[in-house]
Write a protein that binds this ligand. Structure first.
Ligand SMILES: [Zn+2]
Length: 386
């Protein structure tokens, strides 16, 4: 047991994480007096952060009222940047997508141009939905590269030329006055999204995103783990084939991404007469049942499984999810084949290895969760209601 939570923010935290769903639960979990709990809840109800409803359970003739986090009190604006396109969405605070749009913009155009395009699409989407910056509790943006956890800026991203240390949040804030903007790595955001949507009990979860690049997001005890420099899980540039001539986007040879990413599979497919270039293109061929795409993707999965075996032995996760544009049965089969063969049985005994359930929404849902965790932390809420 930690210290007894006392402020309204601490009580909101219990409600938001499902540890208290009635006044009785709050009394029991906190040990606070009935009077104090009533005052704290009045403050939360008055601020619109919590809503009361009927539970349906009756005790002694009286219906017990349920307490829940008010997910419609404000909105989150999220942008999931991929190498060739960006998905922009307005969500409620529970991660439900209320409106979305997609723009084709390649990250190689550089941060200034890409973020200008994203910014104007964000503003247009807000206008179309009649949402003002004042209706937003925050905005989030994910990038296909490491993000420094302290500065929130790209941290030597291997496939984002010109983006290193670029002030991404500040750039977006120019069009979103007063709105906090958070940034994250795309696989980290997707892992947090899948965690929030379907695996909230898991102590440790990984998501390997296989698209044009390859990266892993890690969630431990409900929090994204990004490492000292934002590089945790960036497995795409581990040099699995030092003697391979396959050139990676990062400039090195023999990286996992050089032999097993969507870009690598696209190159092989092109050589076989299916001219494609991105992970998404490969995903479309997979969805259409193309046999070459399935075979080459399964082969890529075997290489990814070799590296994931080490990840699994290091973290002993309960859940490993496969996400990204190439997430498919052949990819899962390939990863499963080598991961289970190489990893220690103890590390895989209770492992659930499966495809993610949110598809392209994973990063958007994760960004919402990240913004909500930040803006409605016990500390932030106690400060707001003081
Ligand atoms: Zn590389």
């Amino acid at each position: 047991m930690g210290p007894v939570p006392t402020g309204p923010g601490d009580i909101l935290d219990l409600i938001r994480h499902g540890r208290a769903t009635t006044r009785g639960d709050v009394l029991e979990v906190t040990g606070l007096s009935r009077m104090t709990v009533a005052q704290r809840l009045d403050a939360l109800l008055g601020a619109g952060m919590v809503v009361e409803g009927e539970t349906g359970q009756a005790t002694g003739g009286r219906r017990r009222r349920s307490l829940s986090f008010n997910t419609s009190q404000s909105r989150v604006l999220a942008a999931a940047v991929d190498t060739t396109h960006t998905r922009i969405a307005i969500t409620d605070l529970g991660g439900a997508v209320l409106a979305d749009t997609e723009i084709d913009v390649t990250v190689e155009a550089g941060p200034s141009e890409v973020l200008d395009r994203i910014s104007s699409s964000m503003v247009a989407l807000l206008d179309k939905q009649d949402v003002t910056p004042g209706d937003l509790c925050g905005a989030g943006l994910s990038l296909p590269g490491p993000v420094d956890p302290v500065s929130g800026r790209p941290s030597q991203p291997p496939i984002l030329p010109g983006w290193d240390a670029y002030p991404v949040a500040e750039h977006l804030q120019a069009d979103l006055p007063g709105v906090p903007v958070l940034t994250a790595n795309d696989a980290d955001a997707a892992a947090l999204g899948e965690y929030a949507a379907g695996h909230a009990g898991a102590r440790s979860l990984c998501l390997v995103k296989v698209a044009t690049g390859i990266g892993t997001g890690i969630v431990i005890d409900g929090r994204s783990y990004s490492g000292a420099d934002g590089g945790a899980g960036d497995i795409g540039h581990v040099r699995v084939s030092p003697n391979s001539e396959a050139l990676c986007q990062c400039g090195m040879q023999g990286c996992l991404a050089a032999v097993a990413s969507g870009r690598a599979v696209a190159r092989e497919l092109t050589a076989l007469g299916h001219p494609v270039s991105s992970g998404r293109d490969v995903g479309e061929l997979l969805a259409a049942g193309n046999a070459d795409a399935a075979r080459l993707t399964q082969q890529a999965g075997r290489r990814i499984g070799e590296v994931m075996a080490t990840v699994v032995c290091l973290l002993n996760p309960e859940v490993v999810l496969i996400g990204g544009a190439m997430a498919s049965a052949p990819l899962l089969a390939g990863i499963r084949e080598t991961l289970y063969r190489i990893a220690l049985p103890r590390a895989t005994r209770h492992l659930a290895l499966q495809l993610g359930s949110l598809g392209e929404d994973a990063a958007v849902v994760g960004l919402t969760r990240m913004v909500v965790d930040h803006e409605f932390s016990a500390e932030a809420v106690n400060a707001k209601l003081r």
